[in-house]
Ligand binder design. Structure first.
Ligand SMILES: [Zn+2]
Length: 346
């Protein structure tokens, strides 16, 4: 099977080597065809896609055919915005993944798009599962690995897809997994080398073709590895409170709230004193619930739902909650929401 063109309704895709002579020849023949048939291709609607070429080479070819550079850049920006889709098809270069993550991270912490370094949690933590104190946002790099593994699985199980057939007929009589063709394109090589991700997930090369079905999502989990579960996970995972309350509770449990003692340590503020009672330094333990004012509020709330206990400091309060308020009974449920709201509003 030699693939030189594909036609979809009135669209035509032509493939050729990325060298000026070949492209010129192809283009000339195309012009001949136009003269003979009076069917002319609309240049402004035509595009060129290059793979594995340097940007100078690419520019040379663009100049040759008279396609505008603007179009090539437009394609790139469109690719960027639909990267979640592309991550399933192609291997994304590390730099692209980093940029995407930086944009998402900035949006999470500042709500804007201007890149900044300000973050209360490391991105790694944000991407970890909720039981490990994270937000369960997809880790792009790992998701991409899982998606590439699916492509390899497609090859190994000889799925009925055009590109899979192409690979099998092009590299006939070859053990592709153990002998990756050196002249193959970067993408093909990357896909064939995805055996290492299968190894990480505990599959040998021979196992791959025996996996009956492949779910990128299920494959993502073992690639991400094990996470240490947080002792307070039940407080945030099964919580009826508003998401923004829970977000703050999670930060408090991780000790990442920007209380004045931390800001002072970083040199951001010179005033450590709690603005509520004006007596002691403001810290997590002081604010929850040693401070006179917050202790009084918390005591009233505890009395209200019938828990007989005196407010203590945060570490102990959290420890108490882990033991006594993790279940499904109504009191535990209300306690969790109450704690979350109290931390948010104080
Ligand atoms: Zn205070």
């Amino acid at each position: 099977m030699k693939l030189i063109h594909l036609g979809f309704a009135d669209d035509l895709l032509l493939f050729c080597k990325g060298e000026p002579q070949t492209i010129q020849l192809l283009f000339d023949k195309f012009q001949n065809f136009s003269e003979a048939s009076r069917l002319v291709a609309n240049l402004s609607k035509s595009s060129m896609y290059c793979g594995g070429l340097s940007s100078e080479k690419e520019q040379e070819l663009i100049d040759l055919l008279g396609f505008s550079k603007g179009r090539a850049q437009l394609i790139k920006s469109v690719l960027f915005s639909i990267q979640v889709f592309w991550a399933q098809v192609f291997i994304l270069p590390k730099k692209v993944i980093k940029t995407i993550e930086a944009t998402c991270r900035t949006f999470l912490w500042t709500g804007g798009t201007e890149l900044s370094k300000r973050a209360l949690l490391a991105w790694d933590r944000v991407c970890s599962p909720r039981v490990a104190g994270g937000l369960n946002i997809l880790d792009m790099a790992t998701w991409n690995k899982a998606a590439i593994s699916k492509l390899l699985w497609n090859i190994c199980t000889k799925k009925d897809k055009l590109w899979v057939k192409w690979i099998h007929s092009y590299y006939r009589n070859r053990d592709l997994l153990r002998d990756v063709p050196k002249q193959a394109s970067w993408i093909i090589q990357k896909i064939l080398k995805a055996t290492k991700y299968f190894a990480q997930a505990g599959y040998s090369m021979d196992d791959i073709s025996n996996i009956p079905s492949f779910s990128t999502k299920q494959f993502y989990a073992p690639l991400r590895g094990q996470f240490q579960k947080m002792s307070w996970r039940k407080l945030v995972c099964n919580n009826g409170g508003l998401p923004r309350w829970i977000f703050i509770l999670r930060l408090a449990a991780l000790g990442r709230l920007q209380t004045r003692d931390r800001l002072f340590k970083w040199g951001i503020t010179t005033d450590q004193i709690c603005p509520v009672c004006d007596r002691e330094p403001e810290s997590l333990n002081h604010l929850f619930f040693v401070c006179d004012v917050s202790a009084e509020i918390w005591q009233k709330l505890l009395n209200w739902i019938g828990i007989r206990k005196v407010p203590t400091h945060w570490t102990e309060e959290l420890g108490w909650a882990e033991l006594n308020a993790k279940g499904r009974n109504p009191q535990a449920k209300v306690y969790r929401m109450m704690l979350t709201a109290a931390v948010y509003y104080v």
